[in-house]
Write a protein that binds this ligand. Structure first.
Ligand SMILES: CC(C)(COP(=O)(O)OP(=O)(O)OC[C@H]1O[C@@H](n2cnc3c(N)ncnc32)[C@H](O)[C@@H]1OP(=O)(O)O)[C@@H](O)C(=O)NCCC(=O)NCCS
Length: 163
């Protein structure tokens, strides 16, 4: 498996991967209306461009044999010394083969290289991915209900890992 940095030109690839992963992940957790709302808010071309060009999010794409299988995004110095993992998605048929771990350890390495000593993330409290993060050295640091507009909440755990 290979990982490369992604940029604005990769919008379609990342959007495709998100569409192929989100329904599988969130259909049992969110209402169809909230799922569509969040996809639109977070994965429109406008949102993607803002994340990269304004907010300083970095995107990584993971591939194998020239096929893209997953992506992640992160932000260095989200708060002092802390890198925030914003997104981590691996295609359903690829899950369980080490792609998620490779993406997250790559981000941990980049965080360290840039002088950060912690990675923090939000994950839905009902998402199985919580177990993945626990297995990879993250701890629950709290929980929060984030108001994302339109009457919708993201019911998250905050998880952290010291580097
Ligand atoms: C969560 C996710 C990124 C993990 O990636 P992955 O490639 O499937 O995970 P890996 O194969 O790298 O697994 C690494 C370790 O975590 C464990 N693990 C992964 N998913 C797990 C789960 N759902 N429950 C328990 N353990 C899990 C694996 O067993 C493995 O442990 P091992 O080395 O002891 O065998 C992936 O499953 C995914 O994209 N899920 C849907 C999207 C999502 O929820 N993203 C997170 C949003 S915050």
């Amino acid at each position: 498996m290979e990982i490369r940095k992604a940029g604005l030109d990769d919008f379609k690839t990342i959007n495709d991967l998100a569409l192929k992963t989100w329904y599988d992940t969130y259909t049992s957790i969110l209402s169809p209306e909230q799922l569509e709302y969040m996809l639109k808010e977070m994965y429109s071309l406008e949102a993607f461009t803002e994340q990269i060009a304004v907010k300083g999010h970095h995107f990584l794409l993971l591939s194998e044999n020239d096929k893209y299988l997953g992506f992640a995004s992160y932000e260095l110095n989200y708060t002092s010394g802390t890198t925030k993992l914003h997104k981590l998605y691996v295609l359903p048929e690829t899950q369980g083969r080490g792609a998620g771990r490779l993406l997250i350890t790559t981000i941990e390495g980049l965080a360290k290289k840039n002088g950060n000593n912690k990675v923090s993330l939000n994950v839905n409290r009902y998402n199985d991915a919580v177990k993945f993060y626990l297995k990879n050295g993250f701890e629950k640091a709290g929980e929060e209900d984030v108001n994302i507009g339109n009457g919708y909440l993201m019911e998250d755990f905050i998880m952290e890992k010291g580097l």
